[in-house]
Design a protein around this ligand. Structure first.
Ligand code: FO1
Length: 329
């Protein structure tokens, strides 16, 4: 079975770990292709950092820092301390010594003319994540966020996503712009994977700065609309709040309410020109099933809190079951 998942950072990676556990436990012969968000990428000290690709690679490869959900387990910060001593900022983005090795390899490969896809494949030879990890694009796409700033002429300031999220802690946002998306092309294999998939999953990643940025790459939404595979998503919003991260701030910036139903309607029903055939909401949001179904999206309420691997595996099983129902199997 060919499974394709569009994934962002921590929530996406945790779901994927459950998906692999479920497929293994159910002895389903499956190949999983992950299309990873690269719009969080940032260049620091000359190093190309790809947070969402690394979170998927480390989480599935067994090297993730478990509490943070990003960076390497048992990492230290000697190099960053030395950089600070040289006055080389920023200090607000924590780069671990082990993590820096990943960025050094990626940056060396890119400097020798490799694409981000090629560099990611090299890094995955070490980590063996058990999925094919494809960047959404080999072209630069960078999420910028506009916030209010009374000190500027027009009262706003636009900054890199990482500064918005990490340094400022995700204040209210006025706009989210995937800079470069209009000139970007899907990375090699992305559209082919979607077209030949048996099922496409949208894990509970941030609908705006993770899934949204992937969809902003011309050609990817079209491939999703055209694939014969059912497209099933899982709500990142439970009980009107994001489980983790700042999805509520990002949804507000694009005028979408922070609810499981509102995100489904934002993605839209495939039969109405949107993205989704099916949508899972948390058991606590069962009241929203009727609204989602009325929009033409098959909907089920199941436990969506990824408190442990078993819970994530159960969610993945539910998503695959709904996909089978949608596909009429
Ligand atoms: N997130 C933080 O909240 N603080 C950090 O200092 C930080 C550093 C960092 C370094 C490498 C990396 O791959 C990710 C890092 N993140 C940090 C997480 C990152 O901001 C998010 O993983 C994504 O960009 C959003 O999902």
């Amino acid at each position: 079975m060919q499974v394709v998942a569009l994934a962002g950072g921590i929530g996406g990676a945790r779901f994927l770990r459950g998906l692999l556990a479920h497929l293994d436990a159910a002895a389903v012969a499956a190949e999983v292709t992950v299309i990873g968000n690269t719009a969080d990428d940032i260049v620091l000290h000359g190093l190309h950092v790809s947070p969402d690709l690394d979170t998927v690679m480390y989480t599935l490869g067994g090297g993730i820092h478990p509490e943070q959900g990003w960076g390497r387990a048992e990492d230290t910060r000697s190099v960053q301390k030395e950089l600070t001593a040289y006055g080389e900022g920023p200090e607000w983005f924590a780069l671990g010594d082990r993590d820096i090795a990943t960025h050094l390899v990626r940056t060396r490969l890119l400097s020798e003319g490799a694409t981000l896809s090629e560099a990611t494949a090299v890094l995955c030879e070490r980590w063996r994540p058990g999925v094919r990890l494809l960047p959404m694009s080999d072209d630069p796409v960078t999420t910028h966020v506009t916030i209010a700033d009374p000190s500027t002429a027009d009262g706003t300031r636009t900054l890199h996503f990482q500064e918005y999220w990490v340094r400022l802690g995700a204040p209210d946002a006025l706009a989210v712009i995937p800079v470069g998306a209009d000139k970007a092309a899907p990375a090699p294999g992305v559209c082919e994977a979607i077209g030949s998939a048996d099922v496409v999953l949208l894990p509970p990643s941030n609908p705006v700065v993770s899934i949204g940025t992937i969809l902003a790459v011309p050609g990817i939404s079209e491939a999703l609309a055209a694939t014969p595979a059912p497209v099933v998503g899982l709500s990142p919003i439970i009980g009107g709040a994001p489980v983790r991260g700042m999805a509520d701030k990002m949804l507000a910036a694009i005028g979408v309410p922070t609810s499981a139903a509102a995100v489904a309607l934002h993605y839209g029903a495939r039969r109405a020109g949107g993205l989704l055939d099916g949508w899972l909401v948390d058991s606590g949001d069962a009241a929203s099933v009727a609204t989602v179904e009325a929009a033409g999206i098959r909907c089920r309420a199941v436990p969506l809190l990824m408190r442990d691997l078993a819970a994530s595996a159960a969610m993945a099983a539910e998503a695959l079951t709904l996909a089978a129902v949608v596909a009429g199997r």
